[in-house]
Design a protein around this ligand. Structure first.
Ligand SMILES: [Zn+2]
Length: 196
């Protein structure tokens, strides 16, 4: 299994969810597809009681991060993809449950797509595209409108974190600007450099 800094991560940026996401875009043999399915089912069956997902195999106790990089949001995007590829209701239900964690956890203090509000908005965009359920679009819009109305003011006031690299795509305003552009036509939106 893939390790990064000696840990077997689960999330989209450094671990299983990201690897499975890429594999779902590749032409796989039937036994390989079963491995992908089995891995995702293992993750679904081992999520926290809250519905959020662990950071890594080695860190199965701390239920704190709800980010694209670590936690339910990145895993939700992979589960949406799996629901599309396999047409399996179990994956769709798990994706909706993960999205519920993202919604009920509320707003992050950062603006970017890796571990900020912008990235979490893509969970709802992705589910809206798959299901056509307008509720998900409203949720994506709620996160986006908050950023549009408040991010600049709250970042200047020090109440929100502009990111260690404030203009970057993944950490800073670059990702937020990308979300704003994508919300002009959400049916064509894609998590940048990730969803194909
Ligand atoms: Zn991150």
């Amino acid at each position: 299994m893939y390790e990064w800094y000696g840990e077997r991560y689960w999330g989209a940026a450094h671990g299983l969810a990201g690897i499975m996401h890429v594999l779902l875009d590749v032409e796989l043999k039937p036994d390989e597809l079963e491995d992908v399915k089995g891995t995702l089912k293992y993750m679904i069956n081992n999520c926290f009681p809250s519905g959020n997902y662990p950071i890594s195999e080695e860190d199965r106790k701390r239920d704190v991060l709800v980010h694209w990089c670590h936690g339910a949001p990145g895993i939700a995007l992979t589960l949406v993809k799996a629901a599309k590829v396999f047409g399996d209701k179990e994956f769709l239900d798990a994706a909706i449950n993960a999205a519920e964690v993202v919604w009920s956890s509320g707003l992050l203090k950062r603006v970017g797509i890796c571990h900020g509000i912008s990235g979490n908005a893509y969970v709802f965009i992705s589910l809206y595209q798959l299901t056509g359920n307008i509720e998900f679009l409203y949720k994506a819009k709620a996160f986006t409108c908050f950023l549009l109305d408040r991010a600049q003011k709250l970042t200047s006031a020090g109440e929100m974190h502009g990111g260690d690299s404030p203009y970057s795509m993944f950490e800073g305003m670059g990702g937020m600007a990308y979300l704003f552009l994508d919300m002009i036509d959400p049916s064509k939106a894609r998590f940048p450099a990730y969803e194909l």
